[in-house]
Ligand binder design. Structure first.
Ligand SMILES: [Zn+2]
Ligand SMILES: [Zn+2]
Length: 343
């Protein structure tokens, strides 16, 4: 069968348009009617700069990787018509050494929604109809709040980051930078049993959001007194750097106890003058965190059963036809955290 779909395409810096396309479903995989999507930092980067890191938009590409919808048709009998699903935007190759080791987020042939990493680019999910692998469809209760379920992808990123920090049960946790990702890490750390979750940011608004998402205390990154957290070589067992600013990484190294763990989540550039002596002398374990693997399923479960309530981060929704306005609003960090599109 063939269906018309309206897609939000990016064609370079500040160039988005809604385009009518045809979607052909030949009986393989699952045809999903996308109903809602969340705008992510990478979508904003493509819009504001025409690129993310080194990956520039060189041809029209459908934006978006945080989407949910319902099944129209599927080759998997377990995915019944009208079943609501969260769509996992990762499509690993399934046969490289990382896939074989269940480390799919490191797959050398990853096809990730809405990414200009490859040419031709991989289209995203900001469209009404999309054919995906049936394994990318994670069902959730049809009664669940769709606004909540759209957070599956960013929450998966944050559960993965929390897992990179090891066992958090009873631990003292520090998060530097509480945009939506830092806030969801706070929620994931709480869900994993952290005893204290202290969040730092330069925005009072972000700090208030972090409290709503489960932070036990906050401190202003510029004006706050960090002295109590510096004693005895550092107070926190595990730190998460989620702002991407070089000074924030140094701060994390300072407040993390000797032999503690620092998880780098924020995507910044290289860090000039990285305080490598502090890392060595305190024997801090520095770990990166990139996307997710099975945490996507965990995220769908935690949102479905209320383990994490992401709604303090919800800032508003737009019809997909107003994609321009939605991207401009989402880019205004004074007003918006997470903005959603409806299709
Ligand atoms: Zn995202
Ligand atoms: Zn692979």
């Amino acid at each position: 069968m063939s269906t018309t779909t309206q897609s939000c395409m990016i064609n370079g810096k500040e160039q988005v348009e809604v385009v009518s396309q045809q979607v052909d479903y030949q009986g393989e995989g699952t045809l999903v009617r996308i109903t809602r999507g969340g705008i992510c930092g990478s979508d904003l980067h493509y819009y504001q700069h025409g690129k993310v890191g080194n990956f520039a938009v060189k041809m029209p590409m459908i934006l978006g990787h945080e989407v949910i919808g319902y099944v129209v048709k599927s080759d998997n009998p377990a995915l019944k018509e009208n079943q609501k699903v969260a769509v996992n935007p990762s499509k690993p190759c399934g046969h490289c050494k990382y896939c074989e080791a269940q480390e799919e987020n490191q797959c050398t042939g990853m096809r990730f929604f809405g990414s200009a990493m490859y040419f031709p680019h991989v289209d995203g999910g900001f469209t009404q109809y999309k054919v995906v692998d049936s394994s990318q469809c994670i069902p959730f209760d049809n009664q669940a709040d769709e606004k909540v379920m759209v957070f599956a992808e960013p929450l998966a990123v944050c559960i993965h980051a929390a897992n990179q920090g090891g066992d958090l049960q009873g631990k003292k946790v520090f998060i530097s930078g509480v945009g939506p990702i830092g806030c969801l890490i706070a929620a994931a750390a709480k869900a994993k049993g952290a005893a204290e979750v202290v969040c730092a940011d330069i925005s009072e608004r972000s700090l208030a959001m972090a409290v709503a998402m489960g932070a036990t205390d906050t401190i202003h990154a510029a004006n706050g007194d960090f002295t109590p957290y510096l004693a005895e070589k550092g107070y926190f067992d595990v730190s998460f750097e989620a702002s991407g600013h070089p000074s924030s990484l140094t701060r994390c190294l300072e407040v993390t106890r000797a032999k503690g763990t620092l998880v780098q989540v924020g995507m910044g550039g290289d860090v000039p003058g990285f305080p490598i002596m502090m890392l060595i002398a305190k024997e801090i374990k520095l770990v990166g965190s990139f996307r997710f693997t099975t945490e996507f399923n965990t995220a769908v479960e935690w949102l479905g059963n209320g383990t994490v309530n992401p709604l303090p981060l919800f800032s508003g929704e737009y019809d997909y036809q107003n994609i321009d306005a939605a991207l401009v609003f989402a880019g205004d960090k004074q007003k918006a955290a997470k903005v959603q599109l409806t299709f």
